[in-house]
Design a protein around this ligand. Sequence first.
Ligand SMILES: [Zn+2]
Length: 293
Amino acid sequence: MVIISSSYHRPYSQELELLRILNRRSTLTEKQRNRLKQLEIGLAGEVFVDNKLKPYSEILTVIPDIIMQINHTHIQIDTLILSPTSIYLFEIKNYFGNYEITEDGYWLSPKHNYILNPLIQLERTQSLVRQLLAEAHVSVELLQGYVLFPDPSFTLYGAKQTMPIIFSSQLDSFFKQISSKLHNQFSQQKVIERIDYYRLVSSPFTKLPDINTMMIRPGVLCFFCFSPMTKSSQRTFKCTDCQKIESAQNALKRTYDEYTRIYQDHSTSLQSFHQYTDKQFSYSTIHRFLRNC
Ligand SMILES: [Zn+2]
């Protein structure tokens, strides 16, 4: 079970990682570009909240990114916090700009498009987590759910004070307030065990880009600006654009790492990886590297 500590870094999802690589090595469709942007913005919001929580990691048990299947239903929790006295469930929405809740309760984006009401999604997740708590013999009354908007430029016209919403300006005081050093009033261990029981490794709904339909540009790309690198000496590579230099060993390792992320379901052969590097490494170098992998 991953718990946020002062040195925690939220991992990138498989989908985000793959789209980032493909963005450098291929031409994304408009849909893929939008998806990449959406994932980057979402991650930035989650990382922002993680960093706000780090100072409290000795008091609060903060569990990031939980995907579970309960009663044939999948739920994803951006962040779950076990404080000594309560359980907080956060749905993080990194929206920016002016949003509006109409008198009929519909949510409108800055461009006046209807969007899904995040409070409904929150309620649905909460009801499943209540079930999990009941099974762990922990009072469901301890659960509180909030939709959290970390971007300071986000405004929500029509929001009511009674709505379970936390805005950017309220984050610090909220986290401070829930970090009181009280004795534990419920068994955190029982809750954690129950989460582990229902937990899935990854979301079954993630649809990865189909690489078979994409042209992948071969070569060794710069770690800094992603332009092509070429061999500059026996043991170094140099970027053709920003001129940064990297050891051949590092460049090989990085390129192989990318390669396995793109072709994870395919059998990797010496020859295909050799092609992928645009033949920048000899067969014998690759062979030696793979043997030590
Ligand atoms: Zn470069």
